[in-house]
Design a protein around this ligand. Structure first.
Ligand code: RB5
Length: 156
């Protein structure tokens, strides 16, 4: 895995707290700077509160990439994808993780702590971090995402 890469912001709710701690250790072991926005125990929290923190930090450009985790990953991906410039990919397999980088330039990886095991989760994180965006025709397609936000802004 590439060293000296940009820092990663991570967050989870209680359902994926244990996975978040493992992912954090996995990143730190690889000399990747990690900003952990919570949660900090298995006490129940509302996943949107954490999802909003991570997604807003990626949306603003403060962090290039983030990782979000909840029980299924579904709630976190729903929240994150409401933010402009966020392309959150819920991945439960290696192929999707690779393609979410190559074709979708995903900037937030979402994992379901109650869906996948720790070893698969680490492998998914590894390939997601290592895989570059293909660009080209995929860039043109991603630019169409931004148009959605512009269209909504113009209507309100
Ligand atoms: C928490 O019980 C659970 O709803 C949450 O972790 C997540 O799976 C939501 O999508």
């Amino acid at each position: 895995m590439a060293e000296n890469r940009t820092p990663i912001v991570i967050g989870s709710d209680h359902a994926a707290y244990a996975l978040k701690e493992k992912i954090k250790a996995f990143l730190i072991e690889r000399s990747i700077d990690v900003e952990d926005v919570g949660c900090y125990s298995e006490d129940s929290v509302d996943y949107p509160d954490v999802g909003i923190k991570v997604a807003s930090m990626v949306s603003s450009g403060k962090f290039e990439q983030g990782i979000l985790m909840c029980g299924t990953g579904i709630g976190m991906s729903m929240v994150a994808n409401k933010f402009p410039h966020v392309r959150a990919a819920l991945c439960a397999d290696i192929f999707s993780a690779i393609m979410s980088r190559r074709h979708n330039n995903s900037n937030i990886l979402v994992l379901g702590g109650r869906v996948i095991g720790d070893i698969l989760a680490m492998e998914i994180v590894k390939v997601w971090l290592e895989t570059p965006f293909d660009g080209g025709r995929h860039q043109r397609r991603l630019e169409k995402f931004d148009q959605i936000n512009k269209d909504f802004t113009n209507k309100t």
